[in-house]
Write a protein that binds this ligand. Structure first.
Ligand code: WQD
Length: 345
């Protein structure tokens, strides 16, 4: 059975492609390689033995997207990751985010509609909750005004999908991710930030490996146990598995509505300092960090109530913070070994 994964050479996309192939699905990837590299395809092949079919083009191109679907009529579902996701960049370049994230979604949904492709899994984010007034957040927690254009595109995308499914016969599942981190156990795929990492964990591992001088901890005067922000970190493989479960729920007509929403987190919140301590414990490295001023746009604390996803989807995160940090560290070590080999060659 053929599944389209857009953004399939990206961090979460590539881990989902591996899980899909290992469950016997035939995967086709569309990616414009704007924030990923083609080599990820060969790493996926090393893990699963199967080189995914790959099409390189921009989903904002309506003609190329339509042509792809005309030539691929046997697709049974779409897992849509392709989007820009850097919160800070979205503040500097809002129109780049609105255009890219919304036009690509609209093109995909139009083609699914025309080709009667029924099942859409959409990559949403806990960012839609903003700074929630109640914690942990449930799927019923009210949506606050987005803190960034990135988060706003996720809110608008959810509304576009919710409004479109009724008229189109498409079923959709919106997965609200918390903070995806870590890497595949083979250390062949993982988070591959281009340039200076925006996110905490790649900055931690790059500091520990010596690529960065030190980590700046953005703010230690928040209203939390140690003053640093709280996030619900989830292993990228646990997150990947949730996508397959979500697709199969729709494909097997088990969905309870044409647009279901699930929080995909662990249900545990960790402060930045707790995350750092976990990293130091599993890596044996003392991390060089200092406190800096708060980062604009950061919310103070968020973590998920995952009861609904656990009970309805039958999905539960299995890996803990130490597993996540160790896998991220092993991936960083693997990356640095590759660079050394390349320098020797
Ligand atoms: C986590 C914590 C920072 C870097 C965003 C998006 C989310 C998802 C993940 C796409 C915060 C602190 C970070 C650093 C630090 N994006 N931090 N020093 O902002 O929670 O989530 O990225 O899927 O949708 O909203 O993740 O990793 O950037 O930050 O102190 O160098 O680490 O202040 O408290 P964030 P993050």
């Amino acid at each position: 059975m053929k599944i389209l994964v857009t953004g399939g050479t990206g961090f979460i996309g590539s881990h989902t492609v591996v899980e899909l192939q290992q469950k016997g699905y035939e995967v086709v990837i569309i990616d414009n390689l704007s924030t990923s590299v083609k080599e990820v395809l060969y790493s996926i092949e090393k893990i699963t033995g199967i080189l995914p079919e790959f099409h390189e083009f921009d989903l904002c191109n309506e003609y190329l997207t339509a042509k792809f679907f005309d030539n691929n009529k046997d697709i049974k579902g779409v897992i849509h990751f392709a989007a820009h996701k850097a919160v800070g960049e979205s503040v500097e370049k809002p129109l780049k985010y609105y255009r890219n994230n919304l036009f690509s979604l609209i093109n995909i949904m139009q083609c699914m509609n025309e080709h009667q492709i029924k099942n859409l899994v959409f990559s949403s984010s806990c960012t839609v909750y903003g700074q929630a007034t109640e914690l942990p957040v449930t799927e019923k927690t009210s949506i606050q005004k987005a803190f960034s254009p990135y988060g706003h595109t996720k809110q608008i995308s959810e509304e576009i999908i919710e409004c479109s499914v009724k008229s189109s016969g498409i079923k959709a599942t919106l997965l609200r991710y918390f903070n995806p981190i870590g890497a595949h156990e083979t250390a062949l795929i993982g988070e591959l930030p281009i340039g200076v990492p925006n996110n905490l964990v790649p900055f931690i591992t790059q500091t520990a490996i010596g690529k960065r001088e030190n980590l700046n901890v953005f703010g230690n005067d928040y209203n939390t146990p140690d003053g640093t922000c709280i996030r619900d970190y989830i292993h990228v493989v646990d997150l990947a598995k949730a996508h397959i479960i979500a697709f199969e729920r729709m494909f097997n007509n088990l969905s309870k509505s044409d647009c279901e929403i699930f929080n995909i987190g662990t249900g545990k919140g960790y402060t930045v300092l707790e995350a750092i301590r976990s990293f130091e414990k599993v890596s044996g490295k003392k991390l060089n960090f200092k406190f800096a001023k708060r980062r604009q746009g950061d919310i103070e604390k968020v973590w998920a109530d995952t009861t609904y996803a656990n009970n309805e989807l039958g999905w539960k995160a299995e890996k803990d913070i130490d597993d996540m940090m160790l896998s991220a560290w092993k991936w960083e070590v693997e990356l640095s070994n590759k660079v050394k080999i390349r320098h020797k060659a």
